[in-house]
Design a protein around this ligand. Structure first.
Ligand code: ING
Length: 315
């Protein structure tokens, strides 16, 4: 038995500060056309795929950043993408900044089915970076300033004859992200990301950026017996290098296809959703093997605390 979905990771190169949404949509429509010619049924675009990564800029008055957000989806600028995808009978994941009618700001992704209908919405839960301007950093990472933590949890939706889930960028570094979806039977997780090449929080050897990118996608695919598709916005945006490395990871944890450039590039693979069954029915058969009676502090405690009996012990 096999449930095949032909999937595409639609990596995008840099989006210039002054690049229009129309230009981004045109680039994405070209990737959809490439996906159609290669038989794809589902395509994943990056996080914040309609604009440059604007959280690198500080603005005292947050309302002056409104132009970076979408107030409707689809909009006049994005409707051509929905139309091109539904014409090609391709479903897709799209990351964008959401400004709700009542003034809430989220780093959002939607799951659109092959008819162009919005099937699911996710709002980024794990926001990295900082809220205030931090002058010591060569560039800012102000996601905690411009977005609220997501309020929708980690959902899953039926699409392409499988169970699909979503996450966004920093979420991929947190095991809880995938395990919640894993406990809902997820078979394919889509994750767009914008990951600066330079860690402005501390001295980190540069090669670790890509290592941690793939480690987090691969390990969590394996531990939850799910496909994971990670898609970068890559290249140099306004002097800030964003890593590439978009990839398609199978439930074994192996990367089956990977981007070669830092530009718009479609990476494709034939994903058999039934490859999730070996893990789900044996080594990661959650019902058979998990011992939840020992896990309670995972949800009841936020930060790490040394157990009191240890902290009094002689150093
Ligand atoms: N970007 C980065 C990411 O999690 C980051 C931020 C990089 C945090 C490296 C910690 C370490 O990939 C986004 N947009 O979350």
């Amino acid at each position: 038995m096999s449930r095949i979905v032909n999937v595409g990771a639609a990596q995008m190169g840099p989006i210039a500060v002054d690049e229009s949404r129309e230009s981004c949509v045109a680039r994405m429509i070209d990737l959809i056309k490439q996906a159609k010619s290669r038989g794809c049924q589902y395509v994943v675009f990056p996080e914040l795929a309609l604009t440059t990564f604007f959280p690198r800029y500080y603005e005292e008055d947050i309302s002056r950043m409104d132009a970076w957000y979408e107030t409707e989806m689809p909009s006049i600028a994005t409707r051509p993408l929905f139309e091109a995808a539904s014409e090609a009978k391709i479903g897709f994941y799209l990351g964008y900044a959401e400004l709700t009618p009542d003034g809430h700001r989220y780093n959002t992704a939607i799951l659109v089915d092959e008819t162009g209908r919005i099937n699911g919405k996710y709002r980024k839960v794990h926001l990295p970076g900082h809220y205030e301007h931090e002058a010591q950093r060569p560039f800012q990472h102000l996601e905690k300033r411009y977005f609220e933590p997501g309020d929708l949890g980690f959902g899953v939706w039926r699409q392409h004859n499988g169970i699909f889930g979503m996450a966004i960028c920093n979420d991929r570094r947190w095991v809880e992200t995938y395990r919640v979806m894993g406990l809902k039977g997820v078979e394919l997780v889509s994750v767009g990301y914008n990951t600066p090449d330079l860690n402005t929080s501390g001295d980190e050897p540069n090669h670790l950026r890509m290592f941690h990118n793939h480690l987090t996608l691969q390990a969590n695919a394996y531990m939850n017996a799910t496909w994971v598709i990670g898609v970068a916005k890559a290249g140099v945006e306004d002097g800030c290098m964003l890593i590439g490395g978009s990839c398609i990871v199978q439930p074994s944890g192996e990367i089956v296809a990977q981007a070669m450039t830092l530009e718009d590039e479609l990476v494709t693979a034939t994903a058999d959703l039934d490859l999730t069954r070996l893990g789900k029915e044996t080594i990661f058969n959650f019902a058979r093997h998990r011992r939840v009676e020992h896990y309670d502090i995972i949800t009841s405690q936020t930060g790490a605390e040394i157990p009191s009996e240890l902290s009094n012990a002689a150093e």
